[in-house]
Design a protein around this ligand. Structure first.
Ligand SMILES: NC(=O)c1ccc[n+]([C@@H]2O[C@H](COP(=O)([O-])OP(=O)(O)OC[C@H]3O[C@@H](n4cnc5c(N)ncnc54)[C@H](OP(=O)(O)O)[C@@H]3O)[C@@H](O)[C@H]2O)c1
Length: 235
């Protein structure tokens, strides 16, 4: 970011976070406000420090220094069947919100300095490994090695974010691994029984183990790229 140091070096800065009410967005908003920055969240629900997607469509993007987008229906919802209708909902929730944000960014008279769009490491897809094969190392330059639903989702999501006019601002694309958060064991009982609340994917992975039926998935050789919430927010 140093090569384009401008409004991002001034304080306080104004950061707009699409989907900022979620697991990662809450952590980021907390960190930014703690250091004196102003945060505006774009949400489906109005409230203090928030604008809605309808406000964004009607009034355009507020004057700001950076925009980060986390909005979208979570890919894993234990209450929903993973059928075609749900998958389409997941795709539309990300593509539509991203398109809306991109349109607002492109229409803004004074665009922010940076647009950070987020998607998942699912971009790379999956494939079955041969018996003696190890998983290939992947980086930003790697092409997807298989196409499955999450890979398709991420490619559509990134394509929507690519609509931003990158001649007017810096566009950073993050392909996030699984974000793991801390288990909050602040209560006496929580510490005693080693139970507590957490957010993100961890509660879903943890549940079978808490019920005594945890096991590895498949042959257990597949990678699980993960990042701690504090590191994610730090990026
Ligand atoms: N957490 C992970 O392990 C992980 C890993 C890789 C990628 N990601 C991606 O990173 C992003 C943020 O992750 P997160 O864990 O913070 O997600 P999250 O907790 O599910 O939050 C996402 C936010 O998006 C908004 N949202 C939900 N459904 C929506 C819909 N149908 N239409 C518009 N907005 C909707 C919600 O905000 P409102 O209710 O305020 O509207 C929600 O707070 C997600 O897009 C996720 O796919 C996450």
């Amino acid at each position: 970011m140093s090569s384009q140091a401008g409004s991002l070096t001034k304080t306080p800065r104004h950061i707009v976070i699409g989907g900022g009410s979620g697991f990662i967005g809450t952590g980021l908003a907390k960190k930014l406000t703690a250091r004196g920055d102003k945060v505006t969240i774009i949400s489906r629900t109005p409230g203090p420090g928030r604008i809605t997607w309808d406000d964004l469509a009607r009034d355009g993007l507020p004057e700001c220094d950076a925009v980060v987008n986390f909005a979208g229906q979570h890919i894993l919802n234990l209450k929903r069947r993973w059928n075609a209708a749900y998958r389409d909902e997941v795709i539309q929730s990300r593509v539509q919100t991203t398109r809306q944000l991109v349109a607002a960014l492109n229409a803004s008279v004074n665009p922010p300095e940076v647009f950070i769009s987020t998607a998942g490491k699912c971009f790379y897809g999956t494939r079955e490994l041969g018996v003696a094969e190890t998983y290939p190392e992947l980086d930003e330059e790697s092409k997807p090695m298989g196409l499955d639903f999450p890979a398709e989702l991420v490619s559509l999501w990134e394509a929507a974010a690519d609509g931003v006019d990158a001649t007017r601002l810096r566009h950073v694309k993050l392909r996030i691994g699984i974000v793991l958060g801390q288990v909050d064991r602040s209560s006496f009982l929580g510490r005693l029984w080693r139970i507590g609340r957490t957010r993100g994917v961890l509660p879903m992975i943890r549940l079978p183990f808490c019920l005594g039926v945890g096991a590895f998935i498949g042959d257990g050789r597949q990678p699980l790229p993960w990042i701690h919430i504090d590191d994610m927010v730090g990026i």
